[in-house]
Write a protein that binds this ligand. Structure first.
Ligand SMILES: Nc1ncnc2c1ncn2[C@@H]1O[C@H](COP(=O)(O)OP(=O)(O)O)[C@@H](O)[C@H]1O
Ligand SMILES: [Mg+2]
Length: 197
């Protein structure tokens, strides 16, 4: 693994507004672990706190385009919702909209520079529940779809889905593995190297 770059930009995360407000020093460590084939690459990022996970999400969100699907896979508490909050801000969902996991519905919708469909499938017991709600209209629609517990949807995700695997490394440390199209991974890597700007 080779370190790819470090940022020295100053930012802080305000959990009330879910926005970036002030400025402790930060650096995010990232590395390209390997290129899986000519179209797909994998990037490993260590997040040391929720603020970094949020920022990583924001970088991802900024670089999403229409019809993109982001599949989040990882245990409870690994930061899937935290990352989604960053993605939403990166997509331009205004700060006054709190991004929380949909609990009684499977999906929340937000308007950013395009629609964001946020699925949380934690309570999904049968894949057929997804059919009932017409998930295909979201997944193959015009907006961006982010899916927590996406491993429950194996087999129905589009080929170019951006997969993000969230793992515990330590109490406040998460190992985030991002896997997707070369081009997208390269942009995300570059922005991480610039400290998130
Ligand atoms: N590096 C980190 N990244 C994200 N969350 C972290 C990190 N370190 C600690 N946490 C804590 O872990 C929890 C993650 O919660 P959440 O985003 O809801 O996870 P999930 O949606 O995967 O269940 C929060 O309480 C957050 O404060
Ligand atoms: Mg969650």
């Amino acid at each position: 693994m080779q370190p790819s770059g470090f940022g020295e930009k100053r930012l802080a995360y305000d959990s009330e507004t879910q926005g970036m407000v002030s400025s402790p020093k930060r650096t995010i460590n990232s590395s390209v672990e390997n290129t899986m084939n000519e179209h797909t690459a994998k990037l490993t990022v260590i997040s040391r706190n929720p603020e970094e996970t949020f920022l990583i999400g924001k970088i991802i969100g900024r670089n999403l385009t229409e019809k993109d699907v982001v599949a989040l896979v990882g245990d409870l508490g690994t930061g899937k919702t935290c990352l989604t909050q960053g993605i939403a801000r990166g997509l331009g969902v205004p700060d006054q909209y709190q991004i929380t996991s949909p609990s009684f519905t499977l999906i929340n919708e937000y308007q950013g520079r395009m629609m964001l469909y946020h699925f949380d499938l934690y309570r999904l017991s049968r894949a057929s529940e997804m059919d009932d709600m017409g998930y295909e209209e979201y997944l193959f629609g015009q907006g961006v779809t982010v899916i927590e517990w996406a491993d429950k949807l194996k087999g129905i995700l589009p080929d170019d889905t951006l997969f993000i695997f969230m793992n515990y490394a330590d109490e406040n440390e998460r190992k985030i593995i991002i896997s997707g199209q070369n081009k997208k991974i390269a942009i995300i890597l570059e922005e991480l190297g610039n400290g998130g700007f």
